[in-house]
Design a binder for this molecule. Structure first.
Ligand SMILES: Cc1cc2nc3c(=O)[nH]c(=O)nc-3n(C[C@H](O)[C@H](O)[C@H](O)COP(=O)(O)O)c2cc1C
Length: 310
């Protein structure tokens, strides 16, 4: 259980601003890293592999010397025709952290280790956690119940305890982590990092439209529905967004609705996790990270005062 040495540089709080389709771009990544947390984005947020390379080079150029590391997300699945080309760019540009989704593949892990990079893989169930561990990934991102995007349905306590029983690499916990107190709680549970998506939708640098950010503010945990209807794979979406698009959240089919390709579907119906209920504002990323650090410090101080060990 540890944070890989290459990711410790510049880290002021063990938090990863997670990759979000159509939401995370260079401004969010640069501000996150310069504020001392790991910023990430999906390579597919750029329309082409060359555009992806441009973003990587832009990010590297804008990071301060004492910034935290950045990461990129690749969808490792036959439906992603850009995987090989984008991976080549990640290797050439030596992206410090690669986050793989769907497939955990030994070849990808070896290619990233070849230049000294680190691979974290996201999982939502135990079977996938075991497969990724066998593929030699450096860390497992446990996507628990209530997370934004393709969320799991397992309770975070259950997930972390079961994975820890067979895995001693880095553990990153995801799902409705919105505050510095939540980050402290995730570490208390045995995670090495907290992985936060929905909270970072509501930053000024996120690429989401203003109405999307307002809907996050207006939504609580019960305004989030877990359904395969939008993406084919079960994911969490805001019911207000379904309703705005004429979809009845109470009568969702068990199959994918015809909403065009994946990008069109995610652009139309907006995803968020149950942590939306704790989000009340849109703030610059640097301010959010400073707030998280302050809440984290306060939470740990209060805990030590309530339960002194000496
Ligand atoms: C709008 C949105 C888009 C997402 N897109 C991706 C993605 O492209 N790749 C990925 O690995 N995870 C994606 N995720 C999942 C997040 O990286 C992360 O697992 C999740 O947001 C964590 O839960 P939280 O939102 O409750 O903090 C997305 C999440 C959201 C909310």
């Amino acid at each position: 259980m540890a944070i890989p040495a290459s990711l410790q540089k510049g880290l002021t709080l063990p938090v990863i601003s997670s990759p979000m389709f159509l939401v995370s771009g260079p401004d969010l990544v640069v501000e996150a890293c310069n504020a001392g947390i790991i910023g990430t984005f999906p390579s597919l947020n750029q329309r082409t592999t060359e555009g992806y390379r441009d973003w990587l080079q832009e990010i590297k150029g804008r990071l301060s010397p004492d910034a935290a590391a950045f990461g990129v997300n690749h969808i490792v699945h036959p439906t992603n025709p850009r995987l090989m080309a984008d991976m080549m760019v990640s290797v050439e540009e030596k992206a410090p952290l690669i986050i793989t989704s769907l497939g955990a593949v030994r070849d990808v892990v070896d290619a990233v280790h070849g230049y000294g990079g680190v691979v974290f893989h996201d999982i939502a169930n135990i079977r996938h956690a075991r497969k990724a561990a066998e593929a030699g990934v450096d860390g497992l991102i446990l996507v628990a119940n209530g997370a934004g995007g393709h969320a799991g349905i397992i309770n975070p306590f259950a997930l972390i305890n079961e994975v820890r029983s067979f895995y001693d690499g880095t553990i990153i916990l995801a799902g409705a982590i919105s505050t510095g107190q939540d980050v402290a709680a995730a570490l208390m549970m045995g995670a090495d990092f907290a992985y936060m998506g929905t909270r970072f939708i509501n930053t000024t640098e996120a690429l989401a439209p203003e109405a999307y950010k307002q809907m996050v503010i207006d939504s609580g945990a019960t305004d989030i529905v877990h359904t395969p209807a939008v993406s084919g794979i079960p994911a969490n979406f805001m019911t207000k967004s379904l309703v705005e698009n004429g979809i009845d959240p109470k009568h969702l089919p068990e199959h994918k609705l015809d909403m065009g390709d994946e990008a069109k579907a995610w652009k139309t119906v907006w995803s968020a996790g149950q942590g939306a209920g704790a989000i009340h504002d849109v703030v610059p990323t640097a301010e959010l990270v400073a707030r998280l650090r302050q809440e984290f410090a306060q939470a740990t101080e209060q805990f030590s005062a309530r339960f002194p060990t000496g």
